[in-house]
Design a protein around this ligand. Structure first.
Ligand code: NAD
Ligand code: 6OD
Length: 486
C-alpha cells in the first residue's frame, strides 16, 4: 500500500498531527493508499514556503531560466510516463488508453506549452508626447500574482491540475495545490518530478485533504494566498468565492456543465454515433465537457437511439490494465450512489430506459468496485431533473427536434453553459449555431479537441474567466504600468 505525504518546501512530510485518510480503488474497493491529511498547521507551512520561495532563487530567475526548468519538468514527466499512467489508473480505475491518449501527455504539454507562451508574449509600450517636448515612454511589464492556491477535481486529475500549475509557474508564481481527496497520486508524483528537474524548493507544494473544515478550506482562507484557481462543482465554487472575497483575491473557476450534443440528419451517421458515445460515456461519463443532453433531428431519431444503444451495450467492463476491457468504474461508492439516485429519479419521472439503468454483473474479485451501466433515457420533458441537473455519470437523455431554432432554444435553456458538440455536414449551419449557443466552447463534428493556446472556460454557471494560452497569463500575472519621463 502506498503512503502519500504532503509536499512542502521540497520535502515529503506527514501531517504534524499524524492524521491520515484512506484511498480506495474504484475497481475493487480495496484500500490502495493511506494519505497524510494536512491540518491548518501543514497548510500554513505550505503557503509560507510558497510565499518565501517568491523572494528566493525562483524570484530571481530570468524568463529563459524559468522556461528551461519547465521544459525539464515536461521531459521528466515524459520520462516517467508509465509511473504517471499507473498512478492515475490506480486512482481513477479508468482504462490505460484514456491515460495514454490524453490525460498524461496533456499534463506534460501543460508545462511546455505555457513556457512557450510566456516566453513569446509581448507587452505594450508607447512613446508619449509631453508639453515640454521631451516625451515619455509608457510601458507595461508582467509580474507574477504571488502564491496561487490550486484546487483540482478527481475526474481528469493530472491534466486539470497541471493545466493550472503549468501557466502559474510559467508566469513566475508559486503554488500550493490541493488535489481531490479521491486522486492524490499524480499530484504527489509531480513533487518528485519537481525535485528531479531542479525546481527550487517551495515553488510547488501539495497539501492533501478534503474541502470544508479541511485542507481546501484552510487554503482558500489563508491570507498569504494571492489568487485561487479552482475546477470543480459550481456549489463548491460559490463557497470558494466567499473565501476569496476576504482580501479581494482574484478567482478563476471552471465549474459544472449540462452540455448538449446536437445531431442533424445530414451528419455522417457513424461518426456522430461514435462522437456522441465518446462525449457521453468516455471516462464513465465523468467529464465536465460530457454530453448528458442529446438532441437528434427527427428523421434519424429512432435509428440514432438504436445505434447508440448498441454501442453502449458493447462496452467491456474491467480493470484498467485488462486488455480485453475498455470501460471503467465511477470514482467512488459515494459518487455511484449519487448517480444511481438519478437513475431511479429518471424512472420515477417517467423515462423510457433504452439501455442500462443499474449495476452490471461483475466477477467476485471486482464486486467491490463502483461499476455502473452506461444508460440512455428517452421520453422525458426538459423540466425533468435528469435533463436539467449535472449528473456526472455515464448517462444521457435523447430527444428529437425539428429545425435549428428549436434546438438552439433547447440547448440554451439551462443554467450551465460549458460546451456543445454539433454534428452536421452543413458548414454554414455549424457557424450559425455555434454563434448562438451560450457556451464557452462549441465543437463541430468533434469533441474534446482543443489547442492549449486557445481560451477555455464556461458561460453562465459553468465558470468565471478563461484560461488557455495568453488567457492564462491574464489570470496568472499582473500587468504593471511604468511611465518614464524623458
Ligand atoms: P468538487 O467541487 O466536489 O471538488 C473539487 C475540489 O474542491 C476537491 O479538491 C475538493 O476537495 C475541493 N473542495 C470541496 N469543497 C471545498 C471547499 N469548501 N473549499 C475548498 N475546497 C473545496 O468537485 P469534484 O466532485 O471533485 O469534481 C466534479 C465536478 O467538477 C463536476 O461538477 C464537474 O463538472 C466539475 N469539473 C469542471 C471542469 C471544467 O473545466 N469546467 C473540469 C472538470 C470537472
Ligand atoms: O481541454 C482541456 O485541457 C481541459 N481543461 C479539459 C477539461 C476536462 C474536464 O473534464
Amino acid at each position: 500500500m502506498r503512503h502519500i505525504k504532503n509536499f512542502i518546501n521540497g520535502q515529503f512530510l506527514d501531517a504534524v498531527d499524524g492524521k491520515t485518510f484512506e484511498k480506495r480503488s474504484p475497481v475493487d474497493g480495496q484500500v490502495i493508499a493511506r494519505i497524510a491529511e494536512a491540518g491548518r498547521v501543514d497548510v500554513d507551512a505550505a503557503v509560507r514556503a510558497a510565499h518565501d520561495a517568491l523572494q528566493g532563487e525562483w524570484g530571481r530567475l530570468t524568463v529563459d531560466q524559468r522556461v528551461d526548468l519547465l521544459y525539464g519538468v515536461a521531459n521528466e514527466i515524459s520520462r516517467r510516463f508509465e509511473d504517471f499512467c499507473d498512478a492515475e489508473m490506480a486512482d481513477t480505475g479508468q482504462p490505460r488508453h484514456v491515460m495514454t491518449s490524453a490525460f498524461i501527455p496533456r499534463g506534460a504539454a501543460n508545462f511546455k506549452v505555457f513556457a512557450d507562451v510566456f516566453k513569446t508574449v509581448s507587452s505594450e509600450s508607447f512613446q508619449m508626447a509631453t508639453p515640454d517636448g521631451r516625451g515619455a515612454i509608457n510601458y507595461a511589464i508582467r509580474v507574477p500574482k504571488g502564491v496561487i492556491g490550486v484546487i483540482s477535481p478527481w475526474n481528469a486529475p493530472f491534466l486539470l491540475m497541471t493545466w493550472k500549475v503549468g501557466p502559474a509557474l510559467a508566469c513566475g508564481n508559486t503554488v500550493v495545490v490541493k488535489p481531490s481527496e479521491e486522486t492524490p497520486l499524480t499530484t504527489a508524483l509531480l513533487g518528485e518530478v519537481m525535485n528531479a528537474a531542479g525546481v527550487p524548493k517551495g515553488v510547488y507544494n501539495v497539501i492533501h485533504g478534503f474541502g470544508p473544515d479541511s485542507a481546501g478550506e484552510f487554503l482558500t482562507h489563508h491570507p498569504l494566498v494571492d489568487a485561487i484557481t479552482f475546477t470543480g462543482e459550481t456549489r463548491t465554487g460559490t463557497a470558494i468565492m466567499k473565501a476569496a472575497a476576504e482580501g479581494m483575491r482574484d478567482v478563476s473557476f471552471e465549474l459544472g456543465g449540462k452540455n448538449a450534443g446536437i445531431v442533424f440528419a445530414d451528419a455522417d451517421f457513424a461518426a456522430a454515433v461514435e462522437g456522441i458515445f465518446r462525449s457521453s460515456f468516455l471516462n464513465s461519463g465523468q467529464v465536465c465537457l460530457g454530453t448528458e443532453r442529446v438532441y437528434v433531428e427527427r428523421p434519424i431519431f429512432e435509428s440514432f437511439v438504436a445505434a447508440l444503444k448498441a454501442r453502449c451495450e458493447a462496452v467491456k467492463f474491467g480493470r484498467p490494465d485488462d486488455h480485453a476491457a475498455n470501460y471503467g468504474p465511477l470514482i467512488s461508492d459515494e459518487h455511484r450512489r449519487k448517480v444511481l439516485a438519478y437513475y431511479a429519479k429518471a424512472v420515477a419521472e417517467g423515462a423510457t430506459v433504452v439501455t442500462g439503468g443499474g449495476i452490471p454483473p461483475m466477477p467476485a474479485e471486482l464486486a467491490g468496485g463502483n461499476w455502473i451501466e452506461p444508460t440512455i433515457w428517452t421520453g422525458l420533458p426538459e423540466t425533468a431533473a435528469v435533463v436539467r441537473e449535472e449528473i456526472f455519470g455515464p448517462c444521457c437523455h435523447i430527444r428529437p427536434f425539428d429545425g435549428e431554432d428549436e434546438v438552439v432554444n433547447l440547448a440554451n435553456a439551462n443554467d450551465y453553459g460549458l460546451s456543445t458538440t454539433i454534428w452536421t455536414s452543413n458548414l454554414s449551419r455549424a457557424h450559425r449555431l455555434a454563434a448562438r449557443i451560450e457556451v464557452g466552447i462549441t465543437w463541430v463534428n468533434s469533441w474534446f479537441l482543443r489547442d492549449l493556446r486557445t481560451a477555455f472556460g464556461g458561460s453562465k454557471q459553468s465558470g468565471i474567466g478563461r484560461e488557455g494560452g495568453v488567457h492564462s497569463l491574464e489570470f496568472y500575472s499582473e500587468t504593471r504600468n511604468i511611465c518614464i519621463k524623458l
